[in-house]
Design a protein around this ligand. Structure first.
Ligand code: NAP
Ligand code: ZN
Ligand code: ZN
Length: 347
């Protein structure tokens, strides 16, 4: 075993504390990554706050990070020491099921190994995430950082970015597609940027008009205030694709109302059970879908696309010692649009 410093949650109310944590020694197909930057995802907040507390396995969050390869196992061919790499929210999968064969490791029939809070497929240990100065990962689940992309602003692409990229791609979003993005946060602002770069005509749906200027700066043409029934009614049936990134449970009815005939609402934000009034689907033959994370080919394609189009996240970079402040502010919705932790203070 080797050790690395990291930020650990011991329970739902306890602040994350700086700890020395154990990383496995490299297996033949592993690389060791010095983590430089790690995004703060709303899922991290949910995981920490849902932590059962004392006596349970501690959580070290973080599943979108970039850094530098410091060591490679003997079977590694894709990376050498010094390469800049990115790692997202899955770090392993069975590799042999139909989903893995199709390059959709995120849907692995055995469930992919999550970057934190997952169970390592080989030794059964609980994975510890990227709020840490080092991560040891199978080389197959790391991606070369394309030249020209800022490593700090790229980190959020590995969860927030790929999570919205897959549905945009799968739903064929391209020039002229009318796309609405509900919830302008970490996922939402990247959905806007990516859809705009794909050539779509993009509208933001937000709870107030506060983010109107930001929405336009990000490339959206319009912002609809979801709490204004008049504005929502006026936008009825207007969008081919609605990407719903809202982090709280909510009624899907008003958002399905915005979907055009044969269009799709892709629910990628709050994960959990939803109630749908089937008439909201029946009228207009509408589709309800979801997505999460991405397969290896799509993740690599997204990174290439982002490099080509200059797409990265709008970030607020904080020293990792301010991780608790970042989580509190994320909880208060006080972020534009992604916190990224600079882990260099853990050296
Ligand atoms: N499918 C996946 O694999 C996957 C991956 C990553 C994250 N997630 C989930 O996606 C969600 C968004 O994550 P994020 O990191 O983008 O979060 P975030 O930065 O906090 O953004 C969430 C946005 O949702 C809107 N919102 C928040 N509370 C709301 C409420 N009560 N009613 C209506 N709108 C509300 C806000 O937008 P406005 O201020 O514009 O209204 C907010 O900016 C989280 O639930 C996260 O767990 C899923
Ligand atoms: Zn995430
Ligand atoms: Zn599989």
């Amino acid at each position: 075993m080797r050790t690395a410093m990291g930020w650990q949650a011991d329970g739902p109310a306890a602040p994350l504390r700086r700890v020395s944590l154990e990383r496995r020694d490299l297996r033949p197909d592993d690389i060791a990554v010095r983590v430089d930057y790690c995004g703060v995802c709303h899922t991290d907040l949910r995981s920490v706050r849902a932590h059962p507390g004392e006596g349970n396995a501690p959580i070290v969050p973080g599943h979108e990070f970039t850094g530098v390869v410091t060591e490679v196992g003997p079977e590694v061919t894709r990376f050498t020491v010094g390469d800049q790499v990115a790692v997202g929210n899955i770090v392993d999968s069975c590799g042999v099921c139909a989903m893995c064969w199709a390059g959709q490791e995120n849907f692995c029939h055995e469930f992919p190994t999550l970057t934190y809070g997952g169970t390592d497929r080989r030794d059964g240990s609980t994975t510890l995430g990227g709020y840490s100065r080092e991560y040891v990962v199978r080389d197959q689940f790391a991606y070369l950082l394309p030249a020209g992309l800022d490593p700090a602003a790229t980190a959020p692409l590995l969860c927030a970015g790929i999570t919205v990229w897959e549905p945009l791609h799968a739903l064929g979003v391209g020039p002229g597609t009318r796309v609405a993005v509900a919830g302008l946060g970490g996922l939402g602002h990247l959905a806007v940027k990516l859809a705009v770069a794909l050539g779509a005509d993009v509208t933001v749906i937000s709870r107030s008009a506060d983010k109107s200027d930001d929405a336009r700066r990000l490339g959206a043409h319009d912002l609809i205030v979801s709490t204004d029934p008049g504005q929502m009614a006026a936008a009825r049936d207007r969008f081919d694709v609605v990407i719903d990134t809202i982090s709280a449970p909510h009624d899907l009815g008003p958002y399905l109302g915005l979907v055009a005939m044969d269009g799709t609402l892709s629910l990628v934000g709050h994960i959990g059970s939803v109630t749908v009034e089937s008439m909201d689907l029946l009228i207009g033959r509408k589709k309800l879908s979801s997505a999460g994370s991405g397969g290896r080919p799509a993740t690599a394609a997204m990174l290439d696309f982002c490099a080509k189009h200059g797409v990265t996240a709008d970030i607020e970079l904080l020293p990792s010692a301010r991780v608790n402040e970042a989580l509190d502010r994320l909880h208060r919705n006080d972020v534009r649009y992604r916190f990224v932790l600079d882990l260099s203070d853990l050296s």
